[in-house]
Write a protein that binds this ligand. Structure first.
Ligand SMILES: NC(=O)c1ccc[n+]([C@@H]2O[C@H](COP(=O)([O-])OP(=O)(O)OC[C@H]3O[C@@H](n4cnc5c(N)ncnc54)[C@H](OP(=O)(O)O)[C@@H]3O)[C@@H](O)[C@H]2O)c1
Length: 257
């Protein structure tokens, strides 16, 4: 039987690859045989990751790009197409988190969260889908969150801008999935609960928050590094050829309660 999860010969683009989940998933795609272009603002980190991917026998390209700026996104996509000639997989993962209630979030902070988490995904998709439609093939994966489905992680601080942004990601995934299926492009999302990264390290350093999380989460623990990779590889590979518009929550059972 063919390996349904094989990515040999595929070209993947991963945004938000300079740390955390994006970095893990970029390496996961490479481990399945893909060449990987990596995007973020911190170029020095991307260069190190590109070397690591190359040491795995794959090609890589580090591209400095702020996903909220259309000119930078357009130029990044052109640079990647010039080097690799195609894009098979797009992982829209760049994101920021922010706590606060609608009562006190500053307008600029609201815009920063929505611009990064939603507009960034829109701009990357806009410039990559064009090319995928021509080739009648593409796998788009969006990083959502349980916070796009539920209103609060237990009784923790409100995350209203983040809730709004990740809810938008989930329904943008449905919309894009429905529109692009006819062109052989699948669009799916992954909804993690909590994983230790730069984004979450401050909250997770708070013992009472961590205890509360572990006591509510059916699995009784945080996600471990690598536990999102199976979902990412599934959506990136032909194993998910008839699956689109879906969000797979990888959350130790959080959204099942
Ligand atoms: N960790 C969790 O528990 C968790 C749970 C649910 C969902 N998520 C989602 O997972 C994704 C990755 O988060 P993470 O936990 O891995 O956090 P992280 O370690 O803070 O990584 C965030 C990544 O996004 C990039 N980024 C932020 N703003 C950007 C911009 N304007 N342009 C380009 N890149 C930008 C950052 O790179 P630069 O700063 O170098 O640009 C970094 O690589 C996010 O979408 C987050 O919402 C995380």
């Amino acid at each position: 039987m063919n390996n349904l999860f094989d990515l040999t010969g595929k070209v993947a683009v991963v945004t938000g690859a300079s740390s955390g989940i994006g970095m893990e998933m970029a390496k996961a795609f490479a481990s399945q045989g893909a060449d990987v272009a990596i995007i973020a603002r911190r170029y020095d980190r991307l260069e190190l990751l590109a070397k690591e991917i190359e040491s795995m026998g794959r090609k890589s390209l580090a591209v400095k790009c702020d996903v909220t700026k259309e000119e930078e996104v357009k130029s990044a996509v052109t640079t990647i197409l010039d080097k690799f000639g195609k894009i098979d997989i797009l992982l829209n993962n760049a994101g920021v988190a922010s706590s606060g209630s609608v009562e006190n979030i500053e307008e600029a902070e609201w815009d920063r969260v929505i611009d990064t988490n939603v507009k960034g995904m829109f701009l990357m998709s806009k410039h990559v889908v064009k090319h995928m439609k021509e080739r009648k093939y593409g796998k788009i994966i969006n990083t959502a969150s349980i916070c796009g489905l539920i209103g609060s992680i237990g009784k923790s601080a409100p995350l209203h801008a983040y809730n709004a942004s990740k809810g938008a990601v989930i329904n943008l995934t449905r919309g894009m999935g429905a529109t692009f299926a006819q062109y052989g492009i699948t669009v799916n999302a992954i909804g993690p609960s909590l994983f230790k990264t730069e984004m979450t390290e401050r909250s997770l350093g708070n013992e009472s928050f961590l205890n509360m999380y572990n006591s509510i989460c059916p699995a009784g623990r945080l996600g471990k590094p690598g536990e999102l990779n199976g979902a990412a590889i599934y959506f990136a590979s032909d194993a998910s050829s008839y699956t689109t518009g879906q969000t797979l929550f990888v959350d130790g059972g959080w959204t099942s309660i």
